[in-house]
Ligand binder design. Structure first.
Ligand code: IPE
Ligand code: IPE
Ligand code: MG
Length: 235
């Protein structure tokens, strides 16, 4: 690893390919999700060790509610189990957990589990681990617009800037992702961080999420280090 590499502040991962990973092995889709959980563990450890300040994971989209009920409940159970299993380690490693998305759609067991993870890690000052759950970029922009419109109506004299709009998104206070990784070779955003990804670097790999571990994350960060971010300017 190069010594002078640039470490991204916020790395975000669209964890994709669990189902195909399982299918390739003649297994049920849920086996892919279970193995994917090991990748989450490996990437959280690697990101914290690397000095990444924010690691965010797209765990479940608003569109994923349209999957078969059996798969949705397996995913929710897996999330609750993982939080219970990892919470001690998060506290030990000073990792703050945030879960962002449309919480109203989550069942009470999931809501309690994420509330407890957030509360127990609230004073952690190391890496922030963000789990996007029941999240979609259009939903986020829409709910932000609605809340800002209400504040505008309540205080017609107040001027609102584009930066003010940021503070209505669920990611308020979190820097935009520097690097967005998508596994399984799909080259699309799938309604993820539409506003926040304005200047993110994209890294797409054919590797399926259950096979994406420390080496793969380190490779992505190395590649990010070689990118030239110009933000529309001339260098
Ligand atoms: C990612 O893997 C997990 C979620 C989206 C919840 P998929 O379940 O999308 O796996 P593929 O894309 O069908 O292989
Ligand atoms: C994107 O994966 C959502 C998550 C990783 C949570 P999908 O598998 O749902 O995306 P599409 O359907 O291929 O666009
Ligand atoms: Mg998929």
């Amino acid at each position: 690893m190069e010594e002078n590499r640039i470490i991204p502040t916020h790395v975000s991962i669209i964890m994709d390919g669990n189902g195909r990973w399982a299918k390739q092995r003649g297994l049920e889709r849920v086996s892919g999700h279970k193995e994917g959980r090991e990748s989450v563990r490996a990437c959280v450890t690697c990101a914290a060790k690397t000095g990444i300040k924010y690691l965010s994971l797209f765990a479940f989209s608003e569109e994923n509610w349209n999957r078969p009920v059996k798969e949705v409940s397996a995913l929710m159970d897996l999330l609750v189990d993982s939080i219970a299993a990892e919470l001690g380690r998060f506290v030990e490693n000073n990792i703050r957990v945030l879960v962002l998305g449309n919480r109203k759609r989550l069942n009470p067991i999931v809501q309690n589990s994420i509330r407890s993870a957030e509360e127990k890690t609230a004073s952690c000052t190391g890496m922030t681990l963000i789990i996007f759950l029941s999240y979609s970029g259009k939903w986020d922009i829409f709910q932000a617009a609605q809340r800002m419109a209400a504040d505008m109506a309540a205080d017609p004299k107040r001027k609102f800037s584009m930066e003010d709009f940021d503070s209505y998104l669920v990611t308020a206070g979190i820097p935009d992702p520097d690097l967005i990784i998508r596994t399984s070779g799909e080259q699309r955003i799938s309604n993820y961080l539409l506003w926040q990804a304005a200047y993110s670097e994209f890294y797409i790999t054919d590797i399926m999420w259950p096979d994406f571990r420390e080496k793969e994350l380190t490779d992505a960060i190395e590649e990010f280090s070689r990118r030239d971010r110009r933000y529309g300017k001339v260098k």
